[in-house]
Design a protein around this ligand. Structure first.
Ligand SMILES: Nc1ncnc2c1ncn2[C@@H]1O[C@H](COP(=O)(O)OP(=O)(O)OP(=O)(O)O)[C@@H](O)[C@H]1O
Length: 464
């Protein structure tokens, strides 16, 4: 665009349509303003609703307003487009009352308005809550190849957060609309829709929508964090697709390509997004945004450009391994290379007591198991350590849609640590025992100790 000298980055402009019958207005977003030595200004813009036609020579006018979403309390349970249009709303039309316009791009909270991560965010997944705990306000990357259970971890966390009174925002980027709808229906069936907002830019939408959707999702999360002081959880599924959409836009804007043809500012695109997740201090309302950005790798290559960028921006990563997934160890979290840099400060004391040595025990077991493949006869101690490790691994296996509360997790892990599970003769019976154990009503534990109950249940399972 030329002769549009007053433009500023992030401004919304509008242009005339070429279709005489159309009453729609075409809106766009200014993304670059460059001036040449001859003092002419060239403006780069992205059309937000390109289905309505425009052509060369179209008259453009600035609106002097920044890209914003109109949000209200209704937004806590809506299924919307990045531009704010509702796809599905759980309320009636009269309940859609907008409180304020919230800018898509806002500065991240300053250091003064933050506090360090101090409250735990329970995912309901034992291996995460015990060994890689997450705190409210943390950014934890979920990284792994395709079909390794990345989305399932986010959806299970969203289900568990319903019990923790945390609002969830799910931002699927560049996925099939049918799979997003499927995930939405699963969540609705599990009664989560009242505290869940979805901002969807499916694979059939333009690269512009896919690029902007993550900012729209964050704006929605910020609206609740700042205005209602709520803890919010946001999952970006996935940022590699958003980066590809941004690459497409940048190449069309003739920006110089860098490594893997991504533009030079791709790190800034992700860092300014993830810096908006924070734990606010008491004076600012104590709200928080916890982010789970997902990134897909190719052949477990974590040294690719986008994964390395995201690893360095986030406060830890959950690495999902294809090998573990294929061996039936689900969730396939590779505990050896998964880390949390801040969450352990927020882990519950009772969990610290039962899971303190779990990561080390599991790492020693994996090493021992690898070496024992070559040994013909094993010593008694080694055989016992191997059997114990196998049982712990069984305990850590968890199906989708079966979140466990923190007291349940502590009870199960204390049993695994105390050696009670050694009474179970085969590994396959561990799951059967756990099924019975977790279905016991909580009042049972008031009268009988956990260990006595477990021993009685094991005898029952073995006798069956
Ligand atoms: N803990 C689990 N137990 C059993 N099945 C699981 C578990 N986690 C994931 N799955 C199954 O694995 C399959 C892939 O899961 P999911 O879609 O979450 O993976 P993904 O990595 O997000 O995939 P994509 O690369 O397509 O985004 C699904 O069929 C899901 O039901």
């Amino acid at each position: 665009m030329s002769n549009y000298a007053a433009a500023f980055t992030g401004e919304i402009f509008q242009c005339d349509t070429t279709e005489s019958f159309s009453t729609d207005v075409v809106y766009g977003l200014v993304v670059s303003v460059t001036s040449t030595p001859s003092s002419s200004v060239t403006v780069g813009g992205l059309l937000l609703n390109p289905k309505v036609g425009t052509s060369a020579g179209t008259l453009i006018s600035g609106t002097y307003s920044l890209a914003s979403l109109y949000l209200g309390r209704y937004s806590s349970s809506c299924f919307m487009e990045p531009t704010g249009g509702l796809i599905v709303s759980s309320g009636t039309e009269s309940s859609v009352e907008c409180d304020m316009a919230w800018m898509l791009e806002t500065p991240a909270p300053s250091i003064v308005s933050r506090q360090s991560v101090c409250e735990p965010l329970a995912t309901g997944i034992v291996s995460i809550d015990a060994m890689i705990p997450i705190g409210r306000g943390q950014r934890e990357l979920i990284i792994g190849d395709r079909q390794t259970g990345k989305t399932s971890i986010c959806l299970d966390t969203i289900v568990n957060l319903k019990y923790e009174k945390v609002l969830s925002v799910y931002v699927p980027v560049g996925q099939k609309a049918a799979s997003v709808l499927d995930a939405y229906q699963q969540l609705v069936k599990r009664d989560v829709y009242q505290a869940l907002a979805i901002v969807m830019a499916s694979a059939s939408t333009s690269a512009v929508m896919q690029y902007l959707s993550v900012y729209a999702g964050t704006a929605l999360a910020e609206f609740f964090m700042y205005n209602l002081s709520l803890p919010v959880f946001i999952a970006y599924d996935d940022l590699a697709k958003q980066a590809s959409a941004y690459r497409e836009i940048s190449l069309l804007l003739r920006r110089p390509p860098g490594r893997e043809a991504f533009p030079g500012d791709i790190f800034y695109v992700h860092s300014r997004l993830l810096e908006r997740s924070a734990k606010l201090n008491y004076a600012c309302g104590s709200g928080s945004i916890t982010a789970f950005p997902i990134v897909e790798t190719l052949a477990q290559d974590v040294s690719a450009f986008i994964p390395t960028n995201l690893i360095s921006i986030t406060d830890g990563q959950l690495f999902l391994s294809t090998d573990l997934f294929n061996q039936g160890i689900k969730p396939a979290i590779d505990v050896g290379i998964s880390v949390t840099r801040v969450g352990s400060a927020a882990q519950q004391d009772q969990m610290k007591m039962v899971a303190g040595r779990l990561k080390l025990t599991l790492a020693q077991f994996v090493e021992l198991e690898a070496f024992s493949q070559f040994a013909s006869d094993l010593g008694e101690d080694t055989a016992r350590a191997l059997a114990n490790g196998r049982r712990i691994r069984e305990v850590l296996k968890q199906d989708v849609a079966s979140p466990m509360s923190i007291p349940q997790q502590c009870a199960v892990l204390s049993l695994a640590g105390s050696g009670v599970l050694a009474r179970i003769p085969s590994d396959s019976l561990v799951k059967v025992f756990l099924g019975y154990f977790l279905s016991l009503p909580s009042w049972c534990f008031l009268y009988v100790s956990t260990k006595v109950l477990a021993v009685a249940l094991i005898d029952y399972v073995v006798s069956k």
